[in-house]
Design a protein around this ligand. Structure first.
Ligand code: GLU
Length: 292
């Protein structure tokens, strides 16, 4: 029987904090307990914000915590051809479209629609769904605007995608969702609307890259924060559309700060490097995240 494969997949756009340490340690422990493999993947498609210095700091922090991972480490930015191929297969099926509205234009469109008091639908993160305007454009206009060099993003035609691939979609949840969901969870990708799958300059987005890379790396068990619980619905839909296997999922609790908020990469006080510099030992970190 092949060994289960776990991965920790940080973005090198900041320093790791206690929340990352918890996720990495939990993945490592799960892999060890299952006799599985532990991979590290750098989710660095945002070349503006990801830097080699943050990457080095991630390696340093994780090694200091006592983790060991397989080499070579996969960098998403080195595999854009794989992501582009996946995008093209979805485009060939007519399930993506170029979306031209700027953030400001979308906001104005939504504000106008809400002016009469009707609330615009929001995704599970509370962000307004993308207006249908671009989805309804004629092919000729799309081609003309793309040829003219207008900026655009490739968005998933969610209605068409769920009509073709959304029936009976679910996933196996070993952790729990925000409302305690566990076991077999029904996926509701439609709650996200027409998500971005790629941009003009970058042939992928978080959703597309995570699904393609988990499959290419043979990941069997995705253990990650509860903040990504609802996004799993989009991932399951993409897996179905691309003919990729579904991993098992475990969405773990989040490590919160003293006031009950999610930690952020800009908050130095919960950064692993800062805690180390202040004299903390790896065992202290384990205790602080509740893993002692
Ligand atoms: N790169 C994502 C993050 O740093 C994690 C993605 C995942 O585990 O699926 O939040």
């Amino acid at each position: 029987m092949s060994r289960p494969v776990f991965r920790f997949a940080p973005s090198p756009n900041g320093h790791l904090h206690l929340g990352h340490a918890y996720s990495a340690l939990l993945n490592f422990a799960r892999a060890e307990a299952a006799g599985g493999r532990f991979l590290l993947r750098l989710e660095d498609i945002d070349t503006q914000r990801c830097t080699p210095a943050f990457e080095r700091a991630i390696f340093e922090d994780l090694a200091w915590l006592g983790l060991a991972w397989e080499e070579p480490v996969r960098r998403q930015s080195e595999h854009l051809a794989d992501h582009r191929a996946a995008l093209e297969s979805l485009a060939d099926e007519g399930l993506v479209y170029p979306a031209f509205m700027s953030r400001g234009a979308a906001r104005a469109h939504i504000a106008e629609a809400e002016a009469d008091g009707t609330p615009w639908p929001r995704d599970p993160d509370g962000v307004p769904l993308y207006p249908a305007v671009d989805r309804q454009r004629a092919d000729g206009e799309r081609r003309r605007r793309m040829a003219a060099g207008e900026p655009f993003a490739w968005r998933l035609d969610m209605a068409a995608a769920t009509a073709r691939y959304g029936a009976g979609l679910d996933w196996q949840e070993a952790g729990a969702g925000p409302h305690g969901e566990s076991g077999v969870v029904a996926a509701r990708p439609q709650d996200w609307g027409d998500v971005v799958l790629a941009r003009k300059e970058t042939p992928t987005s978080y959703h597309l890259a995570v699904v393609v890379d988990d499959a290419l790396q043979g990941v069997t068990d995705v253990v990650r924060g509860r903040d990504l619980f609802h996004a799993t619905a989009v991932h399951r839909l993409l897996q179905e559309m691309l003919g990729l296997p579904a991993p098992r999922y475990e969405h773990h609790r989040l490590v919160l700060d003293a006031s009950g908020h999610k930690l952020s990469k800009s908050r130095g006080d919960t950064g692993i490097a800062a805690l180390r510099a202040a004299g903390a030992a790896p065992a202290d970190i384990r205790r602080m995240v509740g893993l002692a």
